[in-house]
Design a protein around this ligand. Structure first.
Ligand SMILES: N[C@@H](CCC(=O)N[C@@H](CSC=O)C(=O)NCC(=O)O)C(=O)O
Length: 277
């Protein structure tokens, strides 16, 4: 697979780089960002945290706003941030921010017009890791994290692929997309009206049926304007408690849904993942 470097910036002794490539699964050009810590400079292979961003984001929001690179450099962890949807003039879109471009929801769409390009589950689970492991000095130790729509992606992907990730974490995740307006809208469009097809991508449903444990950490702000209607951490906590699942849920007074919240606690997430590598 050929990839093209489009930016390169030294940061905390390592390198932040952006690449484009042809995606076979999404049938379009995709862009991703990678942070390579200084420990890579002698050819050593480092573990990777995959970061999945939320609605309206690209590969840039997390890298520019989360303040994660200092601790990634200290811990010797690479971070990979994909885009949140396929892109391009021939890719189906919607007028609203919560469907279409910037809102791929990390599922494989089965419905027209979305199915042609919106295969973000396969992109994150298969195509992107293969590219990363072919082109960069990374080991096969992987963790996954994300925010909001990306928190849903991170937790559901870890639950569906427990052998692939040593740990998973999320900020303000959509925990139960089959049961909230963002999820119902996206899953109806991408997966159709049959709600049984939605459950394969729902963190609460997957955790309830899980037979393996991927250690999980979730941070949630209690002044998040999406908390009650869209995010529902209590549903996740209830499912985890019933299964005795290894979930750490931290709820923080005063914090909202923004990257100011993520930046306040991202160090803890990277240290959590480092402890499990
Ligand atoms: N109406 C808002 C909603 C978009 C928004 O809040 N996006 C969040 C993720 S929400 C869940 O997936 C986000 O991360 N935005 C990018 C950022 O850099 O903050 C809007 O259109 O802005």
């Amino acid at each position: 697979m050929t990839i093209e470097n489009i930016s390169c910036n030294k940061s905390f002794g390592g390198w932040h780089k952006q690449y484009t490539h042809r995606s076979e699964v999404n049938r379009c050009t995709m862009r991703f960002a990678i942070y390579l810590p200084p420990q890579c400079s002698n050819g050593s292979k480092v573990p990777v945290v995959y970061w999945l961003s939320g609605l309206t984001c690209t590969d840039e929001n997390f890298m520019q706003k989360a303040g994660a690179l200092r601790v990634a450099a200290e811990l010797g962890i690479a971070i990979v941030a994909p885009d949140t949807s396929p892109r391009g003039d021939d890719v189906a879109d919607d007028d609203n921010y919560d469907l279409g471009k910037g809102a791929g929801f990390y599922v494989n769409a089965t419905q027209a017009p979305w199915a042609t390009h919106y295969q973000m589950y396969d992109y994150v689970v298969k195509e992107l890791p293969a590219i990363i492991e072919e082109h960069f000095p990374v080991s096969t130790q992987r963790a996954i994290s994300g925010h909001s729509m990306g928190g849903h992606g991170a937790l559901s992907i870890a639950l569906k692929n427990p052998a692939m990730f040593t740990s998973a974490s999320a900020f303000s995740p959509i925990t139960n997309p089959v049961n909230c307006p963002w999820g119902e809208k996206a899953f109806t469009a991408y997966l159709g009206d049959d709600k049984t097809a939605w459950q394969q991508y729902d963190t609460v449903c997957l955790l309830t049926e899980s037979t393996t444990n991927v250690p999980m950490m979730v941070d949630q702000g209690l002044d998040d304007n999406f908390l009650a209607e869209q995010l529902k951490p209590e549903a996740l906590l209830q499912a985890a408690t019933q299964k005795d699942y290894p979930l750490t849920l931290r709820q923080h007074d005063g914090y909202d849904h923004s990257y100011y919240f993520i930046a306040s606690f991202i160090d803890d997430h990277l240290r959590f993942h480092a402890a499990h590598f």
